[in-house]
Write a new protein. Sequence first.
Length: 208
Amino acid sequence: MATFSEEYQKIEDDFKCGHSSLSVRTKPMSDGRIQICKQCQKCGQGVGGALPQKGLDINGIPSWDYDLERKWKEEKDKRKAALVKAHETEMPSYIHSSHFDNQEWNDRYQEYLQSEQWRELRHLVLTRDGHKCQNCFCQVETAFGVHDQIANIHHLSYEGYNRHGYSFAWECITLCRSCHMDWHGKRGEISELFYEENAIEIFSSMGL
């Protein structure tokens, strides 16, 4: 029987799109300009840079299909949620919502969050996710603050930490503070979890 890690990695592998079906699309930019880019018709991601517009009839080019990327992510998230549900009974109780109530585990975890490994992993996850919240897709910020767009790193599981004493990138995703608080049921509060998992980035941004 495959382990949680193996099944999770299979999902990641299944959703590594080869971009075999591309379509030229117009994509509006934040400054009001229109770019012409290639969009994968399977996963919705842009492939390559902007194409030259000279000689092209922009009005005859279809618009960017934002639903493609949304549906691709929703399907991936659905499979991950089903996997976590299937393995719930195999995980120690403190890995779920009450895991921070286990003092011995919490003490060890706090020490880990001060490590260089966690700082490097946090940077790696933010870079992999393009500094975007993986729920609402807003651009997150790593500067000090507690506003809704500040970068948070959310654990999908603690299996890596519990097995090896450190987390793995596949277990972590980037969320904005707003979505992170919604997930943990602490919307509108500055949670202890936010400071614990993001303290390194906050203090470094302040020069401390």
